[in-house]
Ligand binder design. Structure first.
Ligand code: NAD
Length: 506
């Protein structure tokens, strides 16, 4: 009998108010139920927001370095449980074990980085323009944060948000993706064990429309940190603007890797295999387009097709497997519908293009690594995010042409250029419109202490990772202390050329 999980609201485990539940299943073996979770609604969200609001004052007054100590302890527990967490994640959403371990490690790195930031969270002191006056700015907690996360990085993405929010002094209502509730529940359990007080972190399981939107609409939520699709991000932005909530949106991508004719082709090949087919292409930073210089186009495509055809698909718990399943049936169908569109629009199918079947693969949502060549920039498969193991190959005749093609989408998350020519590399760094550019490395591989996010319709200008996350989860308060014992008027009494200026002894 699979375990039944609960929401955590105000430190108490609770079923959904309606008593409804949903199942979480293993995408590599659909018969296996990983857990049963509460299918919550608006009333559960209200209870969680009330609890977070009530816990806010005490938590926000607790010193930031001590808040950091609790987050560090959560990191220590994650280290001790790393293998168990990784296996749980693979069962829940299918990514292969080596990647699941990386996902957990990203959470650990974020814990230690965020904890250390509790002793930094620097403000600014600056000289006042007036005598006997002191000025400074400081970071203060921002309030109750609504955290809404996707399923593709079930540990890393929630920790990118929750750990800096906690160290900043915010309290939290967390709604994880309903494909990955178990990893989320374990993360919250770890935070409780690490010493997070009741009501500071609340988790409400359930669907996007019922739970996610109720969080966005709630007037007592001060800020929303959302990672997910551009479609949902736009809806959230629209609704949140009614109460002028601060919103951080990390959305879709259509990332490209460029390979120039002077590149180390073997290296570029390793890069594209990892970038396009790692996590079954289900990363916001996955390489979805490959732009090849015309001089190496045919040779590189042959090399790629041969290596991609040999990738081993299967249950990610088997250490020899390289590509796991799609997260669910709907996702696999969506991927296949894009493949059909690609064929209809005249792209050439080089590899794959259908669900992977046979033996154990029949039990899960597997899709063959797929490559299209002869893709034109106006084709749907060159423009829209597919979020699966499908790669569209385009041809360029120069670095300028390659950069133009790379920039030709509504998204701007990650980008990669393989070249040994320093001029081409620096042109790419300057001219590519994306939040992240890699030179001689694939589009995936972000490090937690560096800013992460995208431009154009990939986001709304915020960055996660590193110190920039703390800019989002705190407010800035500017403080002036006047110890002159008289009224001093900025801009007026500052300059003696103003006839109305008061000049006195200081
Ligand atoms: P999604 O937008 O369907 O869902 C994301 C989260 O939002 C889930 O928790 C979902 O339940 C919730 N949600 C859905 N509808 C909602 C609504 N109307 N109101 C409030 N919440 C709602 O995305 P997904 O399928 O879980 O994840 C894949 C997408 O996430 C891809 O587009 C991918 O590029 C993107 N992503 C972006 C980043 C990034 O940092 N830029 C990272 C990972 C994933």
């Amino acid at each position: 009998m699979p375990k039944a999980f609960k929401n955590l609201i105000g430190g108490k485990e609770r079923d959904s108010a309606s008593g409804r539940t949903f199942e979480n299943r293993n995408p590599a073996d659909w018969n296996e139920v990983v857990g049963i979770f509460p299918k919550s609604d608006r009333s559960d969200v209200k209870a969680a927001v009330d609890a977070a609001k009530q816990a806010y004052r005490e938590w926000s007054l607790y010193p930031a370095p001590k808040r950091g100590d609790i987050v560090k302890k959560a990191g220590d527990i994650m280290v001790a449980r790393k293998e168990e967490l990784a296996r749980e994640m693979t069962r829940e959403m299918g990514k292969v074990l080596v990647e699941a371990r990386g996902d957990v490690q990203e959470g650990i790195d974020t814990a230690y980085y965020s904890a250390s930031e509790g002793r930094r969270m620097f403000g600014v002191t600056a000289p006042s323009e007036l005598q006997n006056k002191f000025t400074m700015s400081m970071k203060v907690p921002a309030g109750v944060a609504g955290i809404i996360s996707p399923w593709n990085f079930p540990m890393a993405i929630p920790t990118w948000k929750i750990f800096p929010a906690l160290v900043s002094g915010d309290t939290i209502v967390f709604k994880p993706a309903s494909d990955t509730p178990k990893t989320a529940a374990t993360l919250v359990e770890i935070l409780v064990e690490a010493g997070v007080p009741a009501g500071v972190v609340n988790i409400v399981h359930g669907g996007g429309n019922e739970v996610g939107m109720a969080i966005v609409e709630n007037e007592d939520i001060d800020l929303i940190s959302f990672t997910g699709s551009t479609t949902v991000g736009k809806k959230i932005s629209e609704v949140a603007s009614k109460s002028l909530k601060r919103v951080s949106l990390e959305l879709g991508g259509k990332n490209a890797q460029v390979v120039m004719d002077d590149a180390n082709l073997e290296l570029a090949l390793d890069g594209i295999l990892w970038g396009a087919f790692g996590t079954t292409g289900q990363r916001c930073t996955a390489t979805s387009r490959l732009i090849l210089h015309e001089k190496i186009h045919d040779r590189f495509l042959d090399m790629l097709a041969e290596r991609a055809a040999a990738l081993k698909l299967g249950n990610g718990l088997d250490e020899s497997v390289e590509v796991g399943p799609c997260v669910n049936e709907a996702q696999r169908e969506k991927i296949h519908s894009y493949v059909e569109i690609g064929k209809k629009e005249g792209a050439r199918l080089v590899l794959g293009g259908e669900p992977a079947k046979g033996g154990a693969l029949d039990k899960g949502w597997f899709y063959k690594p797929t490559i299209f060549s002869s893709v034109r920039p106006d084709m749907t498969i060159a423009r829209e995010e597919i979020f699966g193991p499908v790669l569209s190959v385009l041809k360029a005749d120069s670095i300028e042409h390659a950069i133009d093609l790379l920039n030709g989408t509504i998204y701007g998350l990650s980008s990669s250029v393989y070249t040994r020519n320093i001029n081409s590399a620096f042109k790419a760094i300057r001219d590519i419109k994306a939040g992240i550019t890699y030179i001689n490395a694939p589009t995936i591989g972000a490090e937690t202490h560096m800013p992460f996010g995208g431009v154009k319709q990939t986001g709304n200008g915020h960055r996660e990772g590193g110190a920039s996350a703390f800019d989002f989860f705190t407010e800035i308060k500017t403080v002036y202390v006047d110890f002159s014992d008289k009224l001093q008027r900025a801009q007026i009494d500052t300059y003696s050329d103003n006839p109305g200026a008061r000049r006195g002894k200081n």
